[in-house]
Design a protein. Structure first.
Length: 473
């Protein structure tokens, strides 16, 4: 335990002042409340405040600051490194703040800090509208957005941060502010990619697009065809129309319907497509894709946007062991393909995978200094993840992930999508991820959180706390 000794009376007063529940280690629901999506992460906070509203968040921030408690912020709990939880400190859990409000006239949605993308899709789809998000609908809106937001609609609609209009934020001093183009524009710039370094985001207002049905799904090929597929794919994506998105993947076919039994537990490569243009043009768009090579499995067709967004939810439920490594990638050369084939053939478990997410198209037409997201000129965000339900296999999945990353990193653009970083990669990786935006982020951190209250994250340290670590690529 930490050296912070909390007075029982102060805890009692804190509980009295909150509408939501405050959970302690001795409480019956504590072990469930402290779980995060990645079962490899085991932290034991001193207190978990399940905030019912903004007032609860303000009270919790003030309590953590005044008591000198380590503070973690949790929305969906999906963070790769488990950064929505901490040992011995206070966790602000936004899960009860789950509300949405859609304005179909202005094409906007406002979502509470506890919402998942499934909540947003449910609210917006009835109006035939959508906003870009990730690929798992149980992911929290807040965490994914603040790190940038990559998903099926990135090439057509940009990153999630490119669709963020306004946010409500509780600052380190307990003040409540709005961050948008007109109010606190420096803070608005920083939270669009800078993660949770600057405050607790209690609601987000996002732009919506008239997207209802997409033409999408997985198209899988034999593993021996990987070189052909990757060489074709590397030229297709940079020249594809914005309406077409497709991320490349290595995977093991799960032994469940609707996958045919002949493919069960087979290692394969493939592309998960999402075409969000006119559905009358979808078949024509996919004619050259299907003409390139006959897929061993072709599940691509028209489906509701939320169906694509939630397609992999059951394959990746909470409670699996996860270990991540990531990079930005400009091009996929033949040497990189050879390494991809080597590690794709060696997938260590059914759930382990590698994805190359396109981040060009609309996302690339935002200036690299217009938001905190620095790698606007990269073509892909690459991630390799070792995943397994059994902790006994952790050494195997971690070793595969690290070795895969080490082999591919020389061919990368440097930096990585901040939401894909684990918590053990060091300050140099964070600096490299923000590049020439880093010092501006430090200046904004100095203004809004000079004492680094919000540090359980991919931390941007205030200048007076700068460690002098050298930049890593």
């Amino acid at each position: 335990m930490s050296n912070i000794m909390l007075n029982e009376n102060s805890i009692k007063e804190f509980k009295t002042n909150l509408r939501g529940a405050v959970i302690e280690p001795r409480d019956k629901g504590y072990d469930d409340a402290r779980k995060v999506y990645n079962e490899m992460i085991h932290k034991r906070p001193r207190l978990i405040a399940r905030c019912a509203d903004v007032a609860d968040v303000i009270q919790s921030v003030n309590f953590a600051r005044e008591q000198g408690l380590l503070l973690a912020i949790r929305s969906g709990g999906h963070n790769a490194g488990g950064l929505g939880i901490c040992d011995d400190g206070l966790v602000i859990d936004l899960a009860p703040m789950k509300y949405t409000r859609v304005d179909p006239t202005t094409r906007t949605v406002t979502a509470g800090g506890g919402c998942t993308w499934g909540d947003v899709d449910h609210a917006t789809h009835v109006f035939g509208l959508a906003t870009p998000s990730g690929i798992i609908s149980t992911t929290g809106v807040g965490g994914l957005t603040l790190g940038g937001g990559i998903g099926h609609l990135t090439r057509k609609c940009g990153l999630t941060i490119d669709n963020l209009i306004s946010a409500d934020v509780v600052l380190a001093d307990g003040n409540f502010v709005k961050a948008n183009a007109d109010e606190n524009p420096d803070l608005f710039w920083a939270i669009r990619g800078g993660g949770g370094n600057f405050g607790v985001v209690t609601s987000l207002t996002l732009k919506l697009h008239p997207i209802d049905t997409v033409y999408g799904g997985p198209m899988l090929y034999e593993l021996r065809e990987t070189a052909d597929v990757m060489k074709w794919y590397r030229y297709l994506i940079p020249t594809a129309p914005d309406d077409l998105n497709g991320f490349f993947a290595f995977l093991t076919v799960p032994p469940v319907a609707p996958f045919p039994e002949r493919l069960h537990m087979k290692k394969m490569c493939g592309v998960v497509w999402a075409y969000a243009g006119p559905q009358t043009e979808a078949e024509e768009t996919f004619q050259p894709i299907r003409a390139f090579k006959k897929a061993a499995l072709d599940f691509v067709g028209p489906l509701p946007q939320p169906a694509l967004q939630s397609m992999f939810d059951t394959l990746y439920p909470p409670g699996l062991q996860w270990y991540w490594r990531a990079d930005f990638v400009n091009e996929i050369n033949d040497e990189a393909i050879a390494q991809h084939i080597r590690f794709g053939n060696a997938l260590p478990s059914m759930h382990s995978t590698m994805h190359l997410y396109p981040i060009n198209g609309a996302a690339s037409r935002v200036g690299k200094n217009d938001t905190a997201w620095n790698y606007r000129d990269a073509t892909w965000a690459q991630v390799m993840v070792g995943v397994d339900p059994d902790p006994a296999n952790n050494e195997k999945i971690i070793s595969w992930t690290k070795s895969y990353y080490d082999a591919l990193h020389p061919y990368s653009a440097g930096g990585a999508y901040v939401n894909f970083l684990m918590g053990d990669e060091g300050e140099g990786r964070v600096r490299a991820t923000y590049g020439d935006n880093y010092q501006r982020l430090v200046a904004i951190k100095n203004k809004y959180d000079p004492d680094n209250l919000f540090r359980v994250n991919q931390n941007i340290k205030p200048s007076e706390q700068k460690s002098g670590a050298t930049e890593a690529s």
